[in-house]
Ligand binder design. Structure first.
Ligand SMILES: [Zn+2]
Length: 882
């Protein structure tokens, strides 16, 4: 604490203009990154002329800089830009420019050294506006008025440098004054409100142009700058002094009402939570019609979303979309503080932005919509994180970023879902009030600056009086999952419990032992309100609970660890299952399945557990079970045991679907609305004749009357029809996709095509990647789905290799190295792994090498898991025909 403060004061005294990071425990010059730190930008003035017809970008830029010592070169980020002139304005010194495409930098060489102190760079340059959704790009879409073009920016993580030369690393914060010249009839949106608009002549066709000057931003990182323009409309509401708006293409703005109402409810919640009011005068949320790589982006004051995560059409949108809109808005708004106001110093701390926003969106969504029981939905995300984190190829939450090619790896289940699950456990341990007090200290101290994980621990520690760093460091600085073994015995009316900490791994027998401090919440089944949290330190802990009963660790499912009970304890939990709460039931079932994968539980014991779930009615448990069924089904691909398994699955799930029914009921809770589609989809996948026939019947009715098939089950029903059908069904659904006017509908149809079984039609599905039917931002995911669902994965893999020259340029550069490993890792075919390794892009850079290694390990694991599962399945499913 003292040290941090002292460093901050010294640096501030040395130079008042030193950038953010000076106040962090990590001094600015120690922050990792590629660019030299002796020259820093303080203010950008950007004057952009994007030509939407020729797709040329012309830019003039002034950057106020501060040099801490004399320099004869200045290196900053730039890629796919050409320089017309670079001058140090105050010195009249012209630079010679060299480019390094590999490093994505430009270096300005000066004949005479630039003295220390403040200067202004004046730069004239040109760039291009691509269709690939990275940098300043375009999105063509069909509208009622014909084909239209929208201009969109997506700069995170490293693509601002495609739109303007700059210090494109998060620690180089500066202000941005943006001016843009575009056709006069377009709406133009950036982070801040427009300060002025001027006529700016005409374009080549004589159409009027206008120049929009935006109010300068506060100090912020380059990746948060935004520029969108198009034939857009806005709905808005002013609340707490902030003008909140939703922008959508003409005719669709009213579909932003659900998102606008969410934002209006969230703003006061966050103002109060963070203890710092939202600092900008307005907050716009912009719906991008389809061509978008992520789900949404937190650009400060100008948040962008793929439109199906922002727009709700009551005729075609599902309950799932309604909830998605709320939590995605909650996520991006949480970033307005965590990420935008206080920014991680470097991408190795991406989780500080993302894990926190994931946790905060769930907390806020749960607080403002208690009937959704939103934390139950979050369980599946934690499972995905643990599925990643159990393997040797995982990484710590604080991920080492050797070079920028690895940054894409940081946007994964570990940063997001493990980050969220860990913060939930930490908050539960510290207490809600103390955790919030720490967050408020952190926000106040680092506002407009950068911070690192250690800074957050320091503030949470100060607010709570606990050694947060000692506990938290175990989870963020080292990879992997603790395993808590539980033994208990009843004596004199009390339950003595002994907890031992190990490490939970899958397919990693040589993993070194690790030590964590694990806060274990523990209770007797039926007495959850008397749960107690025990910190397991130095590998063990003991505690005593009043009364005797069945011990359940990870009570409430609030912890990030797996639990292993002794034989007696496990049996007792199976017997007490019906008395557990849904969060504990799903925790118990999914831990059991994970223990099978780890080799610590006999598969037959898990199958027995599934067989005993007959009276289970909690959707969250079925969500967890469905995931395990998919894994079993995929493992049995091509083996004779698959048919017996599928019969078992149909017997298991049919009564569940019968219980919930196909049609919504007024008495449905929100969890029930979400489970029908996955159940119908699973039963279709396993070949339930009843479900396939009913899907066909409902699809036929839908063809004449779209209202006949409710949006909540539409995706599953249509996938079932495609899977069980042939060319006729494939063509019908593809035609529906072509005609669909909303992204939500369009993706629903195309992703249903991924279920197709006829190999010739699978080939055709992959070739969709060669067309522009699916936007660049979604085509990679579509192919991933085709591969995942195929019964002939080698054939699909070869199909994908064939379209690869067209596919890869459609993807943003930072995802190109991950695309093919992502597909290969879905398979259990070592031949595919070898072919992957032979591709040049598999070793093109460090990020690609990491992604490829993950895929190879995933394939190896699937081969081993299959060997484990097949004999067990053979015995068990034959003896348990439903
Ligand atoms: Zn985020």
């Amino acid at each position: 604490m003292i040290r941090s403060l002292t460093i901050g004061l010294l640096l501030t005294a040395a130079s008042a203009a030193l950038p953010a990071g000076a106040q962090s425990s990590l001094p600015f010059d120690k922050i990792p990154g590629k660019l030299p730190k002796e020259v820093v930008p303080t203010a950008y003035r950007l004057d952009l002329k994007p030509d939407l017809e020729t797709l040329a970008l012309t830019g003039r830029e002034e950057i106020d800089i501060e040099a801490s010592k004399p320099v004869d070169t200045i290196t900053l980020d730039a890629i796919d830009l050409t320089f017309d002139s670079v001058v140090v304005k105050d010195l009249g010194e012209t630079a010679r420019v060299t480019l390094d495409a590999n490093a994505q930098t430009a270096t300005f060489h000066f004949a005479h050294p630039i003295p220390a102190g403040r200067h202004t760079l004046s730069i004239a340059y040109k760039g291009v506006i691509p269709q690939t959704p990275a940098g300043l790009y375009y999105n063509d879409y069909e509208s009622a008025q014909g084909k239209k073009r929208m201009l969109v920016s997506q700069f995170e993580a490293t693509d601002a440098r495609r739109a303007f030369p700059g210090w494109d690393e998060p620690a180089f914060k500066a202000t941005f004054a943006l001016s843009v010249t575009l056709p006069a009839d377009l709406a133009v949106i950036s982070n801040m409100p427009a300060a002025a608009e001027h006529p700016a002549g005409t374009d080549a066709h004589g159409a009027a142009l206008k120049k929009t000057d935006f109010v300068p931003t506060p100090r912020m990182s380059t990746y948060l700058l935004v520029l969108c323009a198009g034939d857009l409309e806005r709905i808005h509401e002013v609340t707490n002094g902030v003008d909140i708006g939703v922008w959508a293409v003409r005719g669709k703005a009213e579909q932003g009402r659900v998102a606008l109402e969410a934002a209006v409810r969230l703003l006061p919640y966050y103002n109060e939570y963070f203890g710092v009011n939202y600092p900008l005068p307005k907050m716009d949320m912009i719906a991008v019609p389809g061509n978008y790589q992520a789900g949404a982006m937190e650009n400060w004051g100008g948040l962008t979303y793929i439109d199906n995560a922002l727009l709700f059409d009551p005729k075609t949108s599902s309950e799932g979309t309604r909830q998605t809109i709320f939590y995605v808005v909650a996520h991006e708004m949480a970033h307005q503080w965590s990420g935008d106001l206080v920014t991680m110093s470097w991408w190795d701390n991406t989780w500080l932005n993302e894990g926190f926003a994931e946790w905060m969106d769930a907390k806020a969504t749960d607080a403002l919509n208690p009937s959704w029981q939103f934390w139950l939905n979050e369980h599946s995300g934690k499972e995905r994180a643990m599925a990643t984190d159990a393997h040797s190829t995982t990484h710590p939450i604080e991920i080492p970023i050797k070079d920028e090619s690895v940054i894409g790896e940081a946007f994964d289940y570990i940063s997001y879902q493990k980050g969220e699950a860990f913060i939930r456990m930490l908050e539960n341990w510290l207490g809600e009030d103390k955790f919030r007090a720490g967050m408020r200290r952190y926000m106040a101290k680092f506002a407009y600056g950068n911070a690192s994980t250690a800074d957050l621990w320091a503030e949470l520690g100060a607010a709570s009086g606990r050694d947060v760093a000692a506990m938290a460091g175990g989870f963020t600085a080292q990879k992997g999952i603790p395993l808590i073994s539980v033994e208990s015995r009843c004596e004199k009316g009390k339950t003595d419990i002994r907890l031992t900490q190990g490490r939970f791994t899958i397919n990693d027998p040589d993993a070194p032992a690790q030590s964590w401090q694990v806060p274990v919440q523990i209770a007797l089944v039926g007495q959850e309100n008397q749960a107690r949290t025990v910190l397991v330190e130095d590998g063990k802990a003991t505690t005593t609970l009043e009364g005797c009963g069945t011990v359940k660790a990870n009570s409430g499912d609030v912890g990030y660890y797996r639990t292993l009970y002794d034989r007696k304890g496990y049996k007792a939990l199976v017997a007490a299952y019906g008395r557990m709460k849904p969060a504990d039931r799903v925790n118990f079932v999914t831990d059991s399945w994970a223990l099978v994968a780890a080799g610590s539980l006999d598969p037959a014991a898990y199958f027995d557990l599934l067989g005993s779930l007959k009276s289970e009615t909690a959707p969250v448990v079925w969500t967890g079970v469905l995931t395990s069924l998919v894994e079993i089904d995929e493992s049995l691909r091509g083996s004779p045991e698959r048919a017996a398994f599928r019969q078992f699955a149909i017997g298991l799930l049919t009564p569940v679907l019968d219980h919930f029914g196909w049609d919504a009921k007024p008495s449905d809770d929100s969890q029930t609305k979400l489970i029908r589609s996955p159940l119908i989809g699973a039963l279709g996948r396993y070949g339930s004749a009843v479900v396939v026939a009913e899907s066909r019947r409902r699809f036929a009715a839908f063809e004449t009357d779209p209202a006949a098939l409710p949006p909540d089950i539409r995706a599953a029903v249509i996938a079932n029809v495609v899977r069980a059908g042939g060319k006729t069904e494939f063509d019908k659904v593809r035609a529906l996709g072509r005609q669909a006017s909303s992204t939500e509908e369009k993706l629903r149809y195309y992703f249903a095509l991924a279920a197709v079984k006829d190999p010739a039609l699978t080939d055709e599905a992959v070739k969709i990647a060669l067309t522009d039917e699916i936007s660049n931002g979604r085509v990679g995911r579509f192919l991933y789905e085709v591969e995942r669902q195929s019964d002939d994965q080698l054939r699909v893999w070869h199909d994908i290799l064939e379209v690869r020259p067209t596919l890869l340029p459609k993807l943003p550069e930072e995802f190109r190295g991950q695309a093919l490993p992502g597909v290969a890792g879905l398979t259990s075919d070592p031949a595919i792994g070898r072919e992957l390794q032979a591709l040049p892009e598999a070793s093109a850079n460090e990020g690609a090498r990491i992604a490829t290694a993950k895929a190879i390990e995933a394939i190896d694991w699937k081969v081993r898991f299959r060997a484990l599962l097949v004999p067990a399945a053979e015995t068990w499913f034959k003896g348990h025909k439903s």
